[in-house]
Design a protein around this ligand. Structure first.
Ligand code: SAM
Length: 381
């Protein structure tokens, strides 16, 4: 009979769920065996030379049932890629984790999509070494991961984290969410809602969104939030090489976010806005493409005020859409101010289109004839 991978997986393995081992019964050709082996490896099975079987960390029967129901391609449907030690080393050395919570009795910590608990374990070990107490609660959508964590004594609940109701009770969030295009930003946004006002979130993120040049609300949000604490971390020289995470080939970075309140306090501060506009002005001056567009408009005598404003709005939209490592410091919420800044600088005669003219100062006839104005106290008398 011709070899069929799924028949073999279903009917021709000895699966010992207690010992967490799988033995392949039939004698297969090298080519067919290699397919079975690849699939068992993808499920997390490791070849044990001494026992001549595959050892699993998780219950192999559940994994096999999953492959049979969803197919091997969707085996990793929840995007499980555990955080390796070298990434946590960065957390320890280059983020505020190196001192965070040192003066507290304990640090209430959340891991929103904890997988097999790799980050949690590394954090707890760090806490032991440092004499700091991290009280960690975790979530994961995949029941297999949750059972695995619970069996080793971690406080982990099975849930879709995006549906967990936020409580602002958390000091520290460490995470490496499922990336899945912009899905990871939804996880970060939701996680931030759990932070106390002085809390901190440290996350692994993919870096592709930085250079993607699209107008996406979540992307703008992350640019704003990440640059408060982490603008340098979004420089391409600081990324982790593709391959840092086993089984995935994309560059990643570590970023830190503050709580919603702290971020909002900074982003709405006058000084911050002034700096953001200065950065924008500098960018426009140095960007020859923008400069040439503005210069051409200035030379064009046929163009009217409305057309000028519209073109400038398009220029700003484009700059913000293209936002990447170069312009990481630009903030989408200041769009109107950026437009105004260009109009003020290049077309001051059209500023009235954006800022309503102030009510003209009423000429006082008394002033005109040099008669001193009557004071309030004189009127009262
Ligand atoms: C990239 S792995 C990281 C695992 C873990 N954070 C670590 O650092 O080792 C992403 C994890 O997110 C989990 N996950 C995916 N979607 C989720 C959701 N909506 N809610 C909770 N966990 C989710 C996956 O099961 C997977 O374990």
């Amino acid at each position: 009979m011709a070899f069929n991978l799924f028949d073999t997986i279903q009917n021709e393995l000895i699966v010992d769920s207690d010992a967490r081992t799988v033995t392949v019964i039939p004698q297969l050709s090298a080519k067919d065996y290699s397919q079975v082996k690849t699939l068992l490896n993808r499920m997390g099975g490791e070849w044990n030379v001494r026992n001549q079987n595959f050892d699993f960390k998780k219950c192999p029967q559940v994994l096999i049932d999953r492959v049979l129901s969803v197919g091997s391609r969707r085996l990793n449907q929840f995007h499980f890629y555990p955080t390796p030690e070298e990434v946590f080393e960065y957390f320890k050395k280059h983020t505020p984790l190196k001192y965070f919570g040192a003066a507290r009795e304990f640090v209430r910590t959340l891991e929103p999509s904890c997988g097999e608990g790799s980050l949690i374990r590394q954090l707890l070990k760090f806490g032991e070494e440092e004499g700091r107490k991290f009280i960690v609660e975790g979530y994961d959508i995949d029941p297999l991961n949750v059972i695995f964590c619970q069996e080793s004594g971690l406080n982990v609940t099975q849930a879709d984290f995006l549906k967990v109701t936020p409580r602002k009770e958390i000091d520290l969030i460490v995470c490496n969410p499922p990336f899945n295009k912009y899905e990871f930003i939804k996880h970060l946004k939701h996680a931030q809602k759990f932070l106390k006002s002085d809390g901190l979130l440290i996350s692994v993120v993919p870096t592709k969104w930085i250079s993607e040049h699209v107008d996406h609300e979540d992307r703008h949000w992350l640019f704003e939030q990440a640059q408060i604490e982490s603008s340098d971390d979004l420089d391409s020289g600081n990324f982790y090489e593709p391959g840092t995470f086993k089984g995935v080939n994309i560059p990643t970075a570590i970023i830190c976010l503050s709580s919603e309140e702290a971020a909002e306090r900074i982003l709405t501060g006058k000084r911050y806005k002034a700096e953001a506009i200065d950065s924008f002005r500098l960018y426009v001056e140095c960007c020859s493409e923008t400069w040439h567009k503005l210069h051409a408009m200035k030379m064009d005598e046929s163009i009217n005020a409305d057309a000028v404003i519209k073109k400038i709005q398009d220029i700003v939209t484009n700059i913000l859409r293209k936002q990447d490592n170069e312009t990481v410091h630009l903030v989408h919420r200041f769009y109107d101010s950026y437009v105004l800044d260009i109009v003020e600088e290049w077309f001051p005669q059209y500023i009235y289109k954006l800022v309503p003219p102030s009510i003209p100062h009423q000429l006082d006839m008394m002033d005109l004839f040099g008669i001193p104005a009557t004071t309030d106290s004189q009127i009262a008398a």
